[in-house]
Write a protein that binds this ligand. Structure first.
Ligand code: ZN
Length: 164
């Protein structure tokens, strides 16, 4: 009977071997953003096509290379936010980073009740993304897991500042 950790490992490996939304989009209309994690050598290239009229992420493609955590996180992120509104994508980003930072606080000996700990929205369902919570046992890998989300935030910020 496989345990939860085995299930999580399967989900991560599945996204690593069969990455979702892999490729490029033409710019414009898509916006390109790049992220780099020098600690591990991970690289993420995101192409985000945002419909500025209704604020939805019409399409999103992922390029780049790196370790299994960074690439599977990028794949899961792309599947989770594609077709969603920019607001929903930002809420998901907050929830995912809260999942990572709460554990980070615990690892550092805090009780997780610090005022600067991001509070996850209980309405936001992370689904497969919860598989990545295992990486918090290896603090050096947290930056691998959050890289694609930080790159997404950067892309959305650039799109919204260009539109205003
Ligand atoms: Zn990495």
């Amino acid at each position: 009977m496989p345990g939860l950790e085995d299930l999580y490992r399967e989900i991560i490996l599945d996204h690593y071997r069969n990455p979702r939304n892999r490729g490029e989009l033409s710019t414009p209309p898509a916006h390109k953003a790049e992220g780099f994690n020098p600690l591990c050598g991970d690289e993420i290239v995101l192409y985000v096509d945002v419909d500025v009229e209704d604020g939805t992420i019409r399409d999103l493609k992922v390029g780049g290379q790196g370790c299994s955590i960074s690439q599977s996180s990028a794949s899961m992120m792309s599947a989770a936010v594609k077709g969603k509104s920019v607001d929903e994508a930002r809420a998901l980003t907050r929830a995912f980073k809260a999942l990572m930072s709460i554990h980070e606080t615990t690892l550092e000996g805090g009780d997780g009740s610090g005022t600067d700990t991001p509070v996850p929205d209980p309405e936001v369902k992370l689904g497969d993304l919860e598989a990545l919570q295992g990486v918090v046992k290896f603090p050096v890998r947290i930056k691998c897991a959050t890289l694609s989300w930080n790159t997404l935030t950067q892309a959305l910020d650039e799109v919204s500042s260009a539109a205003s």
